[in-house]
Structures are given as structure tokens and as C-alpha cells.
Ligand binder design. Structure first.
Ligand code: TYD
Length: 196
């Protein structure tokens, strides 16, 4: 089973992912951007205010393709539980917002289309829901993706994704305390693993 964690910057995803890795040591914990050289290229694009948004989309997508073939598919083939901190939905939500002013029509559908040919959709996605102002304040607004105005568009895209696939997503209120967020996510995991 493949479970992904999604949410705005500052939603507490990474803290949750770390706590889950202590609780489920037998599972495979991974993330996007990855630690590969593709991920290094992605991180350069994140830090470059002038990076072309379409080129950035393809860097992120290349990193995803490598992540799938090198980590996710082999781990699933061995029967492991795989938990990824960010995955394809981050592209659909973030890059669709970056491409909104580019010449691409319907960017969210376009990006989903690129992925559809090769990705492995998650079985469940935990969406840590936080308002854009809290997200920007918590993340320190240190890069172009962490600004409240941009994050409001990203959040609207996540809502579109949830509307389109309500059974895959589990929404957790990430404005709660970190302990309460963690308790909620662990409840979701316990239920998922019990049903599996
Ligand atoms: P990440 O390392 O997950 O940052 P954080 O832990 O702060 O959430 O992701 C780095 C940034 O890259 C973050 O602002 C979200 C953005 N991002 C995209 O725009 N598209 C993507 O596909 C991914 C995976 C991340």
C-alpha cells in the first residue's frame, strides 16, 4: 500500500512523517523532492526566483519518475507499506498554481495528464489542512512557494483534487497542536492497516 502525506508548507507534514517512521519501522519512508541528483536539480529550481515554471514542472516530474522506478515500485513489489512525504499531488497543486499565468490551458489537467501515463496513484492520501496565512507564517515564507497568496492558490488546487477523488483523501485539521495532528494521523493509519 502506498500512503502519501500532502499539505501546504508549514502544515507539519514532515514532523508527522518522522513520527510515523518511529511507529512503523518496517515501512519504507520516502519523500519528494528526493535526495537523488534529480532532487538536487529540483532544489536549485525551488531556490531560483527566475526559474521557468514549465522547466521546473519537468524537473519535479523527472524526480518523480526516478523515485517511482528506483524506490516506490520496488518497495511495493516486495509488499512493503510505502509512506511518501509529498508525491504527485504536490505537482498538481503547486505547479498548476505556478503555471496559472503561463500559456498552458487548464494547467491542473495538463499536469495530471503528463503523470497519468506512468505514475502509480496513492492508495490513500492524508491531507494536512491549514489556512495559507498560518502556512506562510509557520514556514517562514523563505522561498517563492511559501507566500500566502501563492499558497491560497495551491490550497484551492488541493480542494479540487479532493473533490475529484474524495475516497482517496483523508483530511486532518493541521491547525491543531502538533500532538493532536499526530494523534489524528495515527488513528487514520491504524484504521488503514487494520482494513488491509
Ligand atoms: P518540501 O521539501 O516538502 O518542503 P516542506 O517540507 O517545507 O513542505 O518541498 C519543497 C518545496 O517544493 C515546497 O515549497 C513545496 C514544493 N513542491 C512543489 O512545488 N512541487 C512538488 O511536486 C513538490 C514535491 C514540492
Amino acid at each position: 500500500m502506498l500512503v502519501t502525506l500532502e499539505g501546504l508548507d508549514g502544515s507539519g507534514k514532515t514532523t508527522v512523517w518522522e513520527a510515523l517512521s518511529d511507529r512503523y519501522p518496517e515501512a519504507v519512508f520516502t519523500h519528494e523532492p528526493t535526495d537523488s541528483w534529480y532532487g538536487d536539480a529540483v532544489n536549485r529550481a525551488i531556490d531560483d526566483d527566475d526559474a521557468d515554471p514549465l522547466a521546473t514542472l519537468f524537473l519535479f516530474t523527472a524526480d518523480h519518475a526516478d523515485h517511482l522506478s528506483r524506490v516506490v515500485r520496488p518497495a511495493l513489489a516486495e509488499g512493503n507499506l510505502v509512506v511518501s512525504d509529498r508525491y504527485a499531488d504536490s505537482r498538481y497543486a503547486y505547479q498548476a498554481a505556478s503555471l496559472a499565468d503561463a500559456e498552458i490551458q487548464r494547467p491542473l489537467e495538463y499536469i495530471r495528464g503528463i503523470h497519468a501515463a506512468f505514475t502509480r496513484p496513492p492508495d490513500k492520501t492524508i491531507y494536512l489542512d491549514v489556512d495559507p496565512e498560518t502556512a506562510a507564517a509557520r514556514s517562514g515564507a523563505t522561498n517563492k512557494f511559501e507566500q500566502a497568496g501563492y499558497l491560497a492558490e495551491v490550497r484551492a488546487n488541493y480542494e479540487r483534487l479532493i473533490d475529484a477523488d474524495p475516497n482517496r483523501f483523508v483530511r486532518v485539521d493541521a491547525t491543531q497542536s502538533p500532538e493532536a495532528v499526530l494523534d489524528s494521523v495515527e488513528d487514520v493509519f491504524d484504521r488503514l492497516l487494520a482494513d488491509d
